[in-house]
Design a protein around this ligand. Structure first.
Ligand code: MN
Length: 257
């Protein structure tokens, strides 16, 4: 069990890149609880990078300003570079925040998400970590909603006794501040139909393929992250990194005598 101390040293990361507007929102959120903030984020957009590590090219670090760096790698690379190198002598962070992602990370999407992966990497180092995402539909991102409610989420998480291997996945709905229907602690949901793949043709008539957007949930679990965001609430999901399916262990062992 870990508690976040008062005025924690915070590391910020994301998967939308060092110049993303969501990172500025995350900085504002972090400033509400700390004045010791480090930023290490990818040089270019890494959405969908999931928990990948760069093994086939060298990582270059660029100092953008004081305690702010970009890395030519994935969100996971950024957290590694921060913990193993940049912050090594200054003391590791008490809290890692990732996001605020442009677009929600709900249900199975979290397995693709670079935003959640940065939080995963921190969790593997036993550091409390939160992934923040903002649902975006047709009318443009409502960063003010994330900036308004983000500090309230952190305030609640300051009281949380973090178990090992657990991160917190937070999704804000695509609503203006006064329309938000409060906070809900939720389960990771499941979509009935998942990723779409679109076939299109180039000017020479050759087909190419483009990964589409996730389909909606046909039968949402009433306490899922998907349902909460659909109903206009802020979803807060504890995610456990132990992927073992315990119930299968005894049956499986019977098949391998
Ligand atoms: Mn992203």
């Amino acid at each position: 069990m870990t508690k976040i101390p008062k005025n924690p040293r915070i590391l910020l990361c994301n998967d939308d890149g060092i110049h993303a507007p969501g990172l500025k929102s995350l900085h504002k959120i972090a400033q509400e609880i700390s004045d010791d903030i480090w930023i290490v984020a990818p040089e270019s957009e890494q959405s969908g990078a999931s928990h990948s590590l760069s093994l086939r090219h060298p990582l270059r670090i660029r100092e953008v300003s004081h305690k702010k760096y970009s890395v030519n790698g994935t969100p996971t690379d950024c957290v590694l570079v921060a913990l193993r190198h940049l912050m090594k002598d200054k003391g590791r962070p008490h809290l890692v925040l990732s996001g605020v992602n442009y677009g929600s990370n709900l249900g199975e999407e979290i397995t693709y998400s670079g935003t959640v992966a940065a939080a995963m990497e921190a969790t593997l180092f036993d550091i409390p970590a939160v992934a923040f995402s903002l649902d975006v539909n047709d009318s443009g991102p409502k960063w003010a909603t994330a900036e308004y409610f983000g500090p309230q989420v952190l305030e609640g998480l300051m009281k949380y006794s973090w178990p090992e291997k657990v991160l917190v996945n937070v999704n804000f709905p695509d609503l203006i501040i006064k329309s938000v229907a409060g906070f809900r602690t939720t389960y990771q949901g499941q979509r009935q139909i998942f990723q779409d793949l679109l076939e299109t043709f180039d000017p020479r008539g050759r087909p190419f393929y483009w990964v589409g957007t996730p389909k909606d949930d046909d039968s949402p679990h009433p306490h899922s992250d998907l349902t909460a965001v659909k109903q206009g609430a802020i979803s807060i999901t504890p995610i456990h990194l132990d992927l073992t399916h315990e119930d299968s262990l005894s049956e499986l062992s019977g098949h391998f005598k």
